[in-house]
Design a protein around this ligand. Sequence first.
Ligand SMILES: NC(=O)c1ccc[n+]([C@@H]2O[C@H](COP(=O)([O-])OP(=O)(O)OC[C@H]3O[C@@H](n4cnc5c(N)ncnc54)[C@H](OP(=O)(O)O)[C@@H]3O)[C@@H](O)[C@H]2O)c1
Length: 183
Amino acid sequence: MLKRGDKLGLEYIDLYLIHWPVKGKYKETWKALETLYKEKKVKAIGVSNFQIHHLEDLMKDAEIKPMVNQVELHPLLCQSELRDFCRNQDIQIEAWSPLAQGELLENAALKEIAQKYSKSVAQVILRWDLQNGIVTIPKSIKEHRIIENADVFDFELSSEDMDKISSLNENRRVGPDPDNFDF
Ligand SMILES: NC(=O)c1ccc[n+]([C@@H]2O[C@H](COP(=O)([O-])OP(=O)(O)OC[C@H]3O[C@@H](n4cnc5c(N)ncnc54)[C@H](OP(=O)(O)O)[C@@H]3O)[C@@H](O)[C@H]2O)c1
């Protein structure tokens, strides 16, 4: 007889997230995640695309606080308020579409910074994530870019360059807005 988990072929899962804050559903789903966590089937549980008000609402009834919130985040969408809130609540922010799906790679200000450190624009953005304490998950189907995106531990951006990158913020999304999303 198949036991739970057998289909995945895993004894446990590292991280399990609620993908979107679907109204009327996420609290019940969170209870199921809490159960899996207590049963030690999942090492960490979290959410994705939750705004501050979703997190506040979820935490009103939650036994366990979300450990991660995976949201769209890049220099065009710095998410400062959400990051402050999550830092205060000890929720790890994770950036999806950290390269704005490629949109930022030709940005002149980023190109100038990249040249200064002899790095690529992608590496500069990913380093900005790390220095901000953000877990980042760039995607590439090309081996050389996967290697390039992981090669960000041999340089450090100055605080002036960190601020320059943050000043590119336009509160602009390349993906859906969690408050106006047709679930
Ligand atoms: N939780 C959510 O709701 C949610 C929503 C969207 C995305 N995500 C996740 O976030 C991850 C990344 O997001 P994403 O794929 O939307 O955007 P992204 O990582 O910002 O950008 C990916 C694009 O950038 C290109 N790229 C990657 N590295 C590069 C480099 N070093 N130089 C030049 N171009 C490079 C890729 O092309 P090539 O592949 O051709 O290299 C691809 O076109 C994915 O794993 C996805 O599953 C989560």
